[in-house]
Design a protein around this ligand. Structure first.
Ligand SMILES: Cc1cc2nc3c(=O)[nH]c(=O)nc-3n(C[C@H](O)[C@H](O)[C@H](O)COP(=O)(O)OP(=O)(O)OC[C@H]3O[C@@H](n4cnc5c(N)ncnc54)[C@H](O)[C@@H]3O)c2cc1C
Length: 483
């Protein structure tokens, strides 16, 4: 998720030497994955005298691809089953026919300075990361305020600074208490004025994809107080994020990734047997284990035999995904001026940013990011009408905006059949209750994906959970071989 709440200079973060949600929860996540798996000695296949275990990975998003790549390197037989016609899931780079030189992102966008695994993979795959930090203007009530000329009130800034200090001394019970209320209410309680709350909601809602009235205060606080100073909006991959997807796919082997293969059932024999995965059309895949990376909202379309425990099904039902429509508009001129331009706004789109910074040519692509109810409204329009609304909203910035617009490509994630939203939104009371339940393995089926990660909502989280699931499996087989 993009995360931009530190755009106003006065609210910055410093995470040095502090206990963090990532470090704190790592032990919890690892414990969940290490829960006993029901393997017995019959689980490994013998091929040419060598033991070579097998795994079916459901989903070819970053989580599934990272899991498959890690297993392949550990000498597993891996088959990845993907419902869509393409790899990458919520990572999807896009080029307009009218200008093939420019690349923009319809899904995941920035790489954070703290996103160690993504950064390491980019090094390994020779993908260049480029500085992509923005300065933000604010458009409110028809006026545009340039970077540095707008801020929260002194009262809100002081309250936030004080909260930061308190937060870093939090014990587990304090975190759980914070999780039980929403971010808006918490900010109100610490002293944000009504005007500050509205501004904060405009900013932070683009990080969560819903109003901060619906977001766990713990999920928000840990997000903002444990991230890089640019809130993980630090870099972008040169050539587009799909390059990471392609490099994974190359190494896993295209033949091992089946697209247009929606999984309908995951069946396990009682203790020690194999896993059978049934895809649409009745095709069966047999393996020793399965890693399922589908977003929680779509889990109920897969039949589990034996069924998932009621608590896990219930947790999946309760976890909501955010409503975000990303609209990429190709303009004949970069009328917004600075290459590092971005704009928080109170119009239909909560946020605009220049997605083709430093890419060649006069044309440029401005991304309009609408969330919550506004995203639903925009998603319901035709392309032509959407382009008209978005460019008309930009009139206070530059009267030429509607005239310079050439083409639009929109991706309303809440309407996407295979995610039903952009990323998981942990609502009040859910971080410490829903997430651990969803992380539990189900026999020989392990779960992974953005929604289960400490870096929840980020590409980093997807990759780390995929790699952790693979490590839980390959660690298990290594232990067996030693014994
Ligand atoms: C609008 C938007 C902005 C974002 N911004 C950022 C950002 O700036 N920085 C950042 O780091 N992250 C960002 N993210 C988040 C990041 O893109 C995701 O966290 C990550 O890509 C999720 O990967 P995943 O593998 O967990 O899930 P997915 O990518 O959703 O992969 C799951 C796969 O499972 C497939 N699937 C579903 N059901 C089935 C089935 N029954 N059978 C077979 N396959 C199935 C799906 O088609 C999908 O390909 C953003 C995401 C969105 C949508």
């Amino acid at each position: 998720m993009p995360s931009k709440s530190t755009l106003c200079n006065s609210i910055t973060t410093d995470t040095k030497d502090r206990p963090t949600r990532r470090a704190f929860l790592k032990s919890v996540g690892a414990a969940a994955l290490a829960a006993p798996l029901l393997f017995n000695s019959s689980w490994a296949q013998t091929r040419g005298g060598r033991t070579r275990p097998s795994c079916v990975v459901v989903g070819a998003g970053l989580s599934g691809l990272a899991a498959a790549y890690a297993l392949k390197r550990a000498n597993w037989d891996v088959t990845v089953l993907e419902a869509r016609e393409r790899h990458g899931g919520r990572v999807h780079s896009f080029r307009f026919d009218q200008n093939r030189e420019l690349v923009c992102e319809l899904g995941g966008e920035w790489v954070g300075a703290s996103h160690e695994r993504i950064r390491a993979l980019c090094r390994e795959f020779d993908i260049t990361l480029k500085d992509h930090r923005f300065e933000a203007s604010l458009m409110r009530d028809g006026r545009v305020l340039r970077p540095g000329s707008w801020d929260f009130s002194a009262q809100a800034n002081a309250a936030f600074e004080k909260f930061k200090t308190t937060y870093h001394g939090y014990k587990q019970r304090d975190r759980e208490r914070l999780d039980r209320i929403d971010w808006w209410t918490h900010l109100e309680e610490i002293g944000f004025t009504p005007d500050d709350l509205l501004l904060r909601d405009l900013q932070d809602s683009t990080d969560f994809g819903e109003s901060i009235r619906h977001v766990s205060a713990y999920a928000a606080a840990s997000e903002y107080l444990e991230s890089s100073p640019a809130n993980e909006m630090d870099f972008k991959m040169v050539g587009g994020n799909s390059r990471l997807v392609e490099e994974f796919a190359k190494r896993i082997g295209d033949a091992n990734i089946r697209t247009r293969t929606p999984v309908e059932e995951i069946r396990q024999q009682q203790r020690g047997g194999r896993v059978t995965v049934r895809a649409a059309g009745g095709v069966l895949y047999h393996a020793d284990a399965c890693i399922c990376t589908v977003p929680a909202r779509t889990l109920d379309r897969i039949k589990f035999d034996p069924p998932l425990p009621a608590a896990q099904r219930d947790a999946a039902d309760r976890l909501q995904y955010s409503r975000i429509v990303k609209n990429q508009i190709l303009f004949d001129e970069r009328f917004w001026g600075a290459e590092n331009f971005s704009l928080v706004s109170d119009v239909t789109s909560h946020y605009y940013f220049h997605g083709t910074r430093d890419q060649p040519g006069a044309q440029g692509i401005l991304c309009s990011y609408a969330v919550g109810e506004k995203a639903d409204v925009l998603a319901a329009q035709s392309d032509a009408r959407r382009m008209e609304i978005i460019t008309r909203d930009l009139l206070p910035l530059d009267a030429r905006a509607p005239r310079l617009a050439r083409a639009i490509e929109s991706m309303p994630w809440q309407r996407d059949r295979y995610t039903e939203g952009a990323y998981a939104v942990y609502r009040p009371g859910q971080w410490f209750t829903v997430r651990p339940v969803l992380q539990r393995p189900h026999g020989k089926v392990l779960f992974a994906g953005e929604h289960l990660a400490d870096w929840q909502g980020f590409m980093e989280g997807a990759v780390v959970t995929g790699e952790e699931a693979a490590a839980a499996l390959s660690g298990r087989i290594r232990a067996r071989r030693r014994a």
